[in-house]
Design a protein around this ligand. Structure first.
Ligand code: PLP
Length: 369
């Protein structure tokens, strides 16, 4: 086996599990990426192999990639440092730096990944209007176009589930299936940004493979609600993943003793997915509490997973001002845009923290009257 000597478990790596995050005193509802590794992850890190993944391969990274491929029902997986990089590398590997990428207009890949699509992957993009993260299928069908002497044509269609900008909305499987079939009819591949794919599966009550069968490639993050410290895995057919491996190197994503972080990713997939419904239940409870204070703030019916979008448009104050007021009460939240806030539940948010966030909101509302 390649790199077997280098991949042998070494002496335990030294990690202090008691170390706390700087945001520890605040109730941190900004994002689920603030989740810290579990004791089981820290134990796995301490015993992980320390091969050089980009030279001879590392046994733990290979195990994580195989596990990710198996869970998503794809042939192969490729571990990378971030969700942004897995999306970028997927676009590079699918498009060969030419053509147009179609994606929903609120997509993370379009709005929050700093134009990597165009700036690095060299593709044009077209934003398709959508509802709750799902592209309008008629507009999508009209927008797919073949290569002609005057344009490169459509190179890739992308979906996102759960959809961050749409408040954690889950794409219906029938929608994903129809998009996949449509793209296939035109010979166009489909990539799905599944940063929170396990949340989508939990909300739908299906396996992640049931979702991933409606896309050619998919990525998911172990670093968000699944609580691992670092990483995202891109999954797809073997030849695609081999191309992606070269592009990962091109964008500087090759890692060395990555088994240390991959070990936590394995624990994340094996043990953390089953607790995600708790985060979803608490997000719904949070939305219900805010709705009871002022129905304009949040609509509990819109909460499908662990993200709550809170509208402050009616208040005459900006989302940044609301965020500052919450912080004074010990609650950290993110302005999602000038008129709304984003609250995200995760492993460090229990029922007590939800109650405190609701109480803080009532105080912020009272203070502003
Ligand atoms: C839907 C979606 N895709 C991709 C990403 C990017 O992940 P990363 O922060 O690991 O680059 C995020 C991050 O929040 C996300 O919400």
């Amino acid at each position: 086996m390649s790199g077997s000597r280098a991949s042998l478990p070494a002496k335990p790596n030294v990690i202090n599990p008691k170390r706390k995050s700087a945001m520890n005193e605040l109730i941190d509802l900004r994002t689920d990426t603030v989740t810290r590794p579990t004791p089981e992850m820290l134990a796995a890190i301490q015993c992980a192999s320390q091969g050089d993944d980009s030279r001879d391969g590392d046994a733990t990274v290979q195990r994580l990639e195989a596990l990710a491929a198996q869970r998503t029902g794809k042939e192969a997986g490729l571990y990378m440092p971030s969700g942004t990089m897995t999306n970028l590398v997927a676009v590079l590997a699918h498009t060969s730096r030419a053509g147009e990428v179609l994606l929903e207009r609120g997509a993370h890949m379009l709005n929050t990944e700093l134009g990597g699509l165009a700036a690095v992957a060299g593709v044009f993009y077209k934003a398709i209007p959508g509802t709750r993260g799902a592209m309008d299928e008629a507009l999508l069908a009209e927008s797919i176009r073949p290569m002609t002497r005057n344009n490169f044509g459509t190179a890739l269609v992308c979906m996102e589930t759960t959809h961050n900008g749409a408040g954690g909305a889950v794409l219906p499987l029938v929608h994903m299936q129809r998009v996949h079939v449509l793209a296939r009819e035109h010979g166009v591949p489909v990539h799905t940004d599944g940063a929170r794919l396990f949340n989508a599966a939990a909300a739908l009550g299906v396996s992640v493979a049931e979702i991933a069968r409606h896309t050619d490639s998919v990525c998911f993050c172990v670093s968000k609600g699944l609580s691992a410290p670092v990483g995202s895995v891109l999954c797809g057919p073997k030849p695609f993943i081999e191309r992606a491996r070269a592009f990962r190197r091109m964008v500087g994503g090759n890692m060395r003793q990555a088994g240390l972080i991959a070990a936590a990713g394995i624990v994340a997939i094996e043990t953390m997915a089953q607790r995600l419904p708790e985060d979803h239940r608490r997000a719904r409870a949070l939305a219900e509490g805010l709705h009871a204070i002022d129905a304009r703030l949040a609509d509990p019916a819109m909460v499908e997973t662990n993200i709550v979008r809170v509208s402050v448009a009616h208040s005459g104050r900006s989302a940044a001002q609301w965020s500052d007021a919450f912080r004074e009460k010990g609650i950290a939240v993110s302005p999602a845009d000038p008129r709304s806030l984003r609250f995200v539940t995760h492993r460090h948010i229990g029922d007590a923290e939800v109650s405190q966030a609701i109480k803080a909101c009532a105080e912020v509302c009272a203070d502003s009257r």
